[in-house]
Design a protein around this ligand. Structure first.
Ligand code: AQP
Length: 332
């Protein structure tokens, strides 16, 4: 059976990018194929300036949204990363397997590090090392597939490299995972700045659609999306990133091909109206279920408690094996 792992970090309110790039595909993994684990990867939220109370609040909200999106705890494991010690335990062994050069090459480290330095803030060591923790998240569960958005490709590649290297040096220990991406909307772009990824930690958020945005807010954000003076009936990510992004979103909502969809439109206004309605309908059931679940936080906590127990039981033997194979003396 295919083992699947993926996660979301509580750095902000979940976005349409998270949903189309990752969460919606987790539903297929949960409901049709494989044994799946989905983590609220809260330790990853500590790599940049953070507010402790907000991280706690967003962690529960992310869990509630995963359930509202339709993940069923009877069919998959939903848990909080920091509730399972095995992640941090394995991360250190993988730090002893990775080189500092390969971590310094990580795009997110370069970009976020540069931003922090420009703002006169210190760069946390964890911003450099968190891709190793992410590798531990994946490898601790003998994961075969990691359904993620395109921005995570480099991190999953690192997890593969570390698994292969560890296995070669210390004997077979880890399954070598592979990333899987959605056919469209693997990188949903910010509606106001379509050359940047729609990210949940982005300040302002005028170009970011959140899963809990009211329909009117969704409509307003889509209608104000940046377009250009290019041809309306053409899909061209390079020359017309704004309209191409809207076509990707519509294609993902309708299960269609963005190139074919482009031929339907002779005005960006009509395209935006269709995108807005498609997104409102896509998110409607998630918002409604979220409202019901949020009224009963005890139910969400119970899911997370049970999820952590199951995750621990799955990760423990793998991490113990890694400790043995790397040469550490087992405790009596
Ligand atoms: N815009 C996106 N399009 C497609 N997929 C996306 N994902 C994130 N944004 C997009 C995918 O969602 C999963 C969880 O993402 P995350 O929580 O790791 O990162 P984020 O939402 O991008 O949050 P931040 O804090 O805004 O991130 P960064 O660190 O980029 O600044 C992943 O599978 C991701 O690929």
């Amino acid at each position: 059976m295919t083992r699947i792992f993926s996660g979301v970090k509580p750095t902000g309110h979940l976005t349409l990018g998270n949903y189309l790039g990752a969460v919606r595909r987790w539903l297929e993994a949960d409901q049709c194929r494989g044994e799946a684990l989905f983590g609220i990867v809260d330790l990853h939220a500590l790599t940049v300036e953070h507010d402790p109370a907000r991280v706690r609040r967003l962690s529960r909200q992310a869990a509630t949204l995963l359930l509202a999106a339709g993940l069923e705890p009877e069919r998959c494991v939903i848990y909080v990363q920091s509730h399972v010690d095995e992640h941090a335990r394995l991360s250190y062994l993988l730090e002893c397997t990775a080189s500092d050069g390969e971590l310094r090459r990580m795009i997110q480290y370069k970009e976020k590090g540069a931003k922090a330095r420009a703002a006169g803030e210190g760069v946390r060591v964890s911003l450099l090392t968190y891709p190793v923790l992410m590798a531990a998240d994946i490898l601790a569960y003998e994961t075969d597939e990691v359904p993620v958005g395109e921005d995570q490709a480099q991190h999953v590649e690192l997890a593969r490299d570390l698994a292969v290297r560890f296995n070669q040096r210390y004997g077979h220990t880890f399954t070598v995972p592979r990333a899987t991406f959605p056919p469209v909307a693997a990188r949903v772009m910010d509606l106001r700045d379509p050359t940047s990824k729609m990210g949940k930690s982005r300040q302002g958020g005028a170009g970011v659609i959140h899963l809990l945005d009211e329909p009117e807010v969704v409509r307003r954000k889509v209608m104000r999306a940046v377009t250009d003076s290019g041809r309306e009936d053409r899909y061209d990510r390079e020359a017309s990133p704004g309209p191409a992004n809207l076509l990707d979103v519509l294609a993902a909502c309708e299960g269609a091909d963005p190139v074919a969809l482009a031929g339907r439109y002779t005005s960006y206004g009509a395209l935006k109206r269709d995108v807005a309605e498609a997104v409102v309908e896509l998110l409607r059931p998630v918002r409604e279920r979220h409202a019901r679940l949020a009224a009963d936080p005890g139910q969400v906590d119970a899911v997370l408690r049970e999820g952590a127990e199951r995750a621990r039981a799955m990760a423990r033997p793998v991490v113990d094996r890694a400790y043995r194979n790397i040469g550490l003396l087992p405790a009596g």
